[in-house]
Each structure stands twice: as C-alpha cells, then as structure tokens.
Design a protein around this ligand. Sequence first.
Ligand code: TXA
Ligand code: MG
Length: 322
Amino acid sequence: MTIHSISVELLERAVATLRAGHLLALPTETVYGLGADASNPDAVKKIFSLKGRPSSHPVIVHITDVSQLSKWAREVSDDAIKLAHAFWPGPFTLVLKRAAGVSDVVTGGQDTVAVRVPRHPIAQQLLRAFAGGIAAPSANRFGHVSPTLASHVRDEFGDSLLVLDGADCEIGLESTIVSCVDTVPRLLRPGGITLSQLRAVVSSVTDVVSNDAPRAPGMLEKHYSPDTPIRIVSASELSSLVAEYVQHGDRIAVLAMHAAAKARDCVHWIDAGDDAAAYGHSLYANLRYLDKYSAACILVEQVPVGEHWQAVRDRLQRAAAK
Ligand code: TXA
Ligand code: MG
C-alpha cells in the first residue's frame, strides 16, 4: 500500500520546514529519507548530527526530474543520461562530478555528488512544491536498520521530527547506485534495479567490486544492523541450530524462507518466503520486528545467489558483519 498525497496544509508546513533550514522525514519508494534543503549547508549539517553520522559520508540529493541535474552535476556523460532516462523516477542514484557551488557538506568533501529522482508520489509532491534539491540519507541512526514505515522513523528519532507518512515503501531496500564519474559506469551499491536491467541500457556497467572502498557509508562493512546479533546459516543447519538454542534455554529469532516445522514458545519465526522482491520489501520491517524479541540471536536462512537476490544478500551480509 502507498499513501499517494498529503494535504495542502501539511505540504505547506513541510516546505516551510525545509525553507527554515529544519529537517523532516519523507517517504520514497526505497526507504524513508531524513531530508534537508540541499542548498543550505547548515541545514544539511543537522542531518549528520541527528543521525550521528560521520561528516565525511556524502548524502544523496533528491530532485524533481532530470531537467534539474545540471544544477547539481557537471560533465554528465551520455551513459549517465541514458540511465537517468531509463530509471528515473525510481530506485536509482547516479554519482557524478559535482556542479560548482554544491556544498562540501553534501558531498563529504569529494568532487562528486549523488543524485536521485524518487518516484514515491509524496516525495514528488514535496520536491515540486519545494522547487529545490532535498539532501536525504536513510532516516535512521548511523549504522542502524533503514526505515520502511513512518513508525520506524519515529522509533529512531521520536515525535519532534516532522514525518510525512507515505505508508510502507514499495521496494524496501535502498536505491541502486551507479557511478558515472569515470569512462566506464560502475555499480556501487546493488538495489531495486538489477545489473541486467542496467546493462540493457548501458552494456558496459561493471559489477560491485567487493574490495573497493570508496568513502561512503553504505559501503562500510557493518551497516543496516539490528542490536541483536545476526547469523546467516544454510537451510540445512537451521533446524539443528534452533534446537541447540532452545536446549540452552535461549530465546531465538529466525528469518527463514519457509515455515517452521513446529511452533515453539521461545522461537520467533518469520517465513519471509522465496520471492526476492517480496523478501526485500519486508526485510527491514522483519529485522526491526525480530530485534524487539530480545533473542540471543537472529538466525537468517541464507538467501539464493543470483542477481534478483543481490541487494538482499548485500544488506544481510552487512547486517551480520562483526
Ligand atoms: O534509496 C536510497 O538511496 C535512500 C533514499 C532516502 O533515497 N537513501 C540512502 O541514503 O540510502 P544513505 O545516505 O543511507 O546512503 C547513501 C549512499 C551512501 O552509501 C553513499 O555511499 C552513497 O550514497 N553516496 C552518496 N554520495 C556519494 C558520492 N559522491 N560518491 C559515492 N557514493 C556516494
Ligand atoms: Mg543509510
């Protein structure tokens, strides 16, 4: 379900909030963002202090449509334009050379900038009314699980933050990020758009290089993490491990792709199914839910290999990283 619009009164309040240099949370089809006026460095600084995020980590600038790109980026390649036309509005972010005047606060001091046109109707409504770029990372404290519901944002930051409720996010995982700074476009973060979809538009896009370490938070080893430790296990190990924890008298949480063989009081089991899109849509809500169970551990059944699962695997690996 998506909520398609907010009232005129709320829209005016949201625009006034941004113009005054304050923060708000907005829904996108990937995850909720913590937004500020991207052209106001002091406003963008507030994002970093509220999230507890290191200032060297760049944020994504959200714009209404591709016509706004030249305000934020320069030397935009033909490949970048093709990708933008193919995937905007949508769960897709381009990293490009920054235009003159784009603040170091937004880019983390780099000469590049990340830009995205979201398609969530409320994000679109807000961007059009604001008529400027909105800098927004995911609306969670640094390192935590990203929010896919307005209530998740309130759990992170309390009730004083203005949260525009767009219901649950359609994709549920952060956008696919492609860098078009060099001659060959590079996938930096897997997301809702798969590598084959990208290559159908620009055949030369290269896959994520795992030992590549750009100064970017989504690429930190540990990220997207609940407080409860996560262990990724194979389907065949799962039931014996659950039995071991139960024997120890531990509470245990499970994120599986199939139903539990038998229900037990001390086992909190979610069957997230075997459809990649549906699994990804609910992943963060499921992790947040299981995290509240005070379990010794969250056992996650290993998801399949293959590009439809690439973004889910990436987030699970980072959530489980020590
Ligand atoms: O779906 C999304 O992308 C969400 C929604 C709110 O748009 N945003 C999001 O933001 O996930 P955040 O800050 O949690 O992640 C932004 C990612 C970081 O991993 C960072 O690596 C990358 O964008 N990024 C931003 N600027 C960059 C730059 N100049 N070069 C390379 N990566 C950049
Ligand atoms: Mg994030």
